[in-house]
Design a protein around this ligand. Structure first.
Ligand code: CLF
Ligand code: SF4
Length: 519
């Protein structure tokens, strides 16, 4: 085990690790939407209780701030094909499942192609603020391509934040280079801190020209991951930990992982569901290892939330994803299309657009605060979930039939808190409702009391009602949280007057397929 004091190793740029860890430990609320109504790190109203240097890093990063993810986009460039470990949930035919969903493949790019793509996307999508390298293998198993890409982008598009996601095996060897390129956000996938559990997830790791298997390999991996995390913290680089929840293997153990990473200064913990199906051709897919249900995942995230900030808005996006989390515009930016594009990268236009986005954020937060005040004085233990169809900007602005996912909010007398999302098959296909899809949508949001949409047809409306999920369309194009709180207040009034009886809903299913049709 590497002690924290070992890593302030005199490197230039090293900062006071104690101060940073203290600031992170004292801060709560990223991704929680401030259930008490006070500003959280994702709040557009201000930086809340966050130190300014951390606020500056997270305020426009859609993964590090739940609130920002409604407004700002990220993109990935798939420049890193090789990997140096084997995970039992990975099939090398596809992208790195640590930062992607199984069953989708990205178009691989050279660093020069990647740089052109970034400029093309930044010109077309001015709210794209972050470039991430997340595969399709491990970025740090391809250091030359990864860092060349960062170098080109920091020269040509200096306003874009750089982000990296790694399995962590070679992370300690690259921390200084990461700092030198101003990569301010690093994700490490840490699924265990116990090598015996690790041996069930990782059959081998390859380090310094040698293959390590079983417990020996897993021990090396966990030591390198934790050392890398400590070194990043010492340099003031924000870290997010991704963990894949594998029921029966590491689900209970992830509470230990959470404590281990928090104590080493991790900023955010993202516990993601294992997505596993035989057609993915992975070890877990072929052995029938199941993923968690929606409620199992939420219960684990809830139990870790007292310890540190939990990310609940991860979309397990592909290694060439482009757009807001939850939308995927990668098809607009294939290599052929980019190479033919006239790129006009104008930093002033981007800034002006982002200033308008900020105004919208502030209006949204103010509307929520106002509605929240109307809940003051209500006392009830009722907590329930609702699903929301949205295209972004924090608005209920998507038709039921066009939704590829539903965002899920938990409502209580404390307000509306974002707790996750559910991917679904499109209900409306070619202008007609698809009954099979409706069945899977109902399963995906079965734990919700209501579904908020901009518009919905009569047929799905009656099927949802029959399943006990109220279709709500009277808040079309209004702010999500404000509307949800208003609806919840009316719901409590009906319960209190005896007009309805509050019923607890059942569990819901997390979509396990390859998700290609939802992309
Ligand atoms: Fe990409 Fe990852 Fe950076 Fe975000 S994604 S490298 S931190 S810019 Fe985000 Fe996608 Fe989840 Fe990753 S939603 S898979 S957490
Ligand atoms: Fe696959 Fe990513 Fe694991 Fe490598 S680190 S084996 S690419 S999931």
């Amino acid at each position: 085990m590497h002690g924290l004091t070992e890593v302030t190793d005199g490197t230039s740029g090293a900062v006071d690790i104690g101060e940073i860890m203290q600031a992170i430990a004292e801060h709560k609320g990223c991704g929680t939407e401030g259930g008490s109504g006070k500003a959280s790190c994702g709040s557009g109203a201000g930086q809340g209780d966050l130190p300014t240097e951390i606020w500056e890093k997270v305020k426009n990063h859609p993964c590090y701030s739940e609130e920002a993810h409604h407004h700002y986009a990220r993109m990935h460039v798939a420049v890193a094909p090789a990997c140096n470990i084997q995970c039992n949930y990975c099939n090398r035919k596809y992208d790195c499942a640590n930062e992607s969903r199984p069953g989708v493949v990205s178009e691989k790019l050279s660093p020069e192609q990647a740089a052109k793509k970034v400029l093309a996307v930044a010109s077309t999508i001015p709210q794209m603020t972050v470039l991430g390298i997340a595969g399709p293998g491990d970025p740090l198993a391809n250091p030359a391509k990864t860092f060349k890409t960062f170098e080109l982008i920091s020269k040509t598009a200096p306003d874009i934040k750089l982000c990296l996601s790694t399995n962590g095996l070679t992370l300690p060897d690259h921390v200084d280079t990461i700092a030198a390129y101003n990569v301010d956000h690093v994700t490490i996938t840490i699924n265990m801190v116990d090598p015996e559990i690790g041996a069930q997830i990782y059959p081998w790791v390859f380090y310094n020209h040698k293959r390590y298997t079983g417990i020996e390999g897993a021990r090396l991996l966990t030591e390198r991951q934790l050392l890398g995390l400590e070194m990043l913290t010492a340099r003031g680089i924000l870290t997010k930990i991704n963990s894949v929840m594998i029921p029966g293997v590491n689900d209970k153990h992830l509470v230990e992982v959470n404590k281990a990473v928090k104590s080493r200064g991790a900023f955010l913990h993202n516990i993601m569901p294992l997505i596993s199906a035989p057609e993915h051709g992975t070890v877990f897919g072929l052995t029938g290892q199941r993923g968690p249900s929606a409620q199992e995942l939420k219960a684990l995230q809830d139990s870790c939330e007292g310890e540190m900030n939990m990310m609940r808005h991860c979309r397990q996006c592909r290694a060439d994803a482009v757009g807001l989390l939850g939308e995927d515009r990668s098809a607009e930016f294939t290599t052929d299309k980019i190479m033919a594009m006239e790129v006009n990268y104008d930093i002033d236009t981007r800034r002006a657009y982002q200033a308008a986005v900020e105004q919208e954020r502030v209006a949204k937060v103010a509307a929520k605060q106002e509605e929240l005040e109307s809940l003051a004085g209500e006392s009830s233990d009722i907590k329930l979930l609702i699903a929301v169809a949205t295209k972004g900007s924090g608005l209920i602005n998507e038709h039921f039939g066009h939704a590829k996912e539903f965002q899920v909010y938990e409502l209580s007398t404390s307000g509306a808190k974002f707790v996750g999302h559910r991917r679904v098959d499109l209900y409306c296909q070619g202008g007609f409702g698809e009954e099979d899809s409706l069945e899977t949508i109902i399963k995906a949001i079965n734990d919700c009391h209501a579904v908020f949409v901009a518009k919905i047809g009569g047929c799905p409306k009656s099927d949802l009602t029959a399943a006990g999920i109220e279709p709500v369309d009277q808040y079309a194009h209004e702010f999500i949280e404000k509307s949800a709180i208003a609806w919840f207040k009316a719901y409590l009034d009906k319960v209190n007057s005896g007009e309805i009886t509050h019923q607890v809903r059942g569990d819901a299913a997390i979509r396990q397929g390859a998700l290609i049709s939802a992309a």
